[in-house]
Design a protein around this ligand. Sequence first.
Ligand code: AMP
Ligand code: ZN
Length: 130
Amino acid sequence: MDNCIFCKIIKGEIPSYTIYEDSKMKAFLDVNPNSNGHVLVVPKEHVRTIFEIDPILLKDMISTINEKIYPLLKERLSIEGLTIIQNNLLGQEVPHFHIHLIPRYQEDGIKTIFDKSKIKDVKEIYEKLK
Ligand code: AMP
Ligand code: ZN
């Protein structure tokens, strides 16, 4: 897709710190990382959100994270945990589907990912969902 920064990275028009690539996906370091070794995993096909991605491709991406990227991060960076985040629409800065892999370390000082100060009572939400 024209004007998509991640499509440009996939085509090699913009440089990236790529750590894994195959015919379906690419994984590269986030340039503004939330922790040391923050990786973005992106499909080569341009789709915006998880609601449009081919579920088989998504499954392949998860398998690749589990079998290739997580072991690499564990072996080379000695990560001790991995927080996985994926934004759709609101909170999504780049409109090309991507999975954030945020390595965690015992002493990383990250306390919470979410601000819980404006959350309603769980029972009130359950009444709308059940
Ligand atoms: P999101 O808010 O989920 O869309 O996250 C987009 C992420 O892409 C942010 O964490 C940015 O730091 C990252 N990002 C933006 N441009 C680049 C780039 N050229 N190379 C690597 N990461 C990028
Ligand atoms: Zn794109």
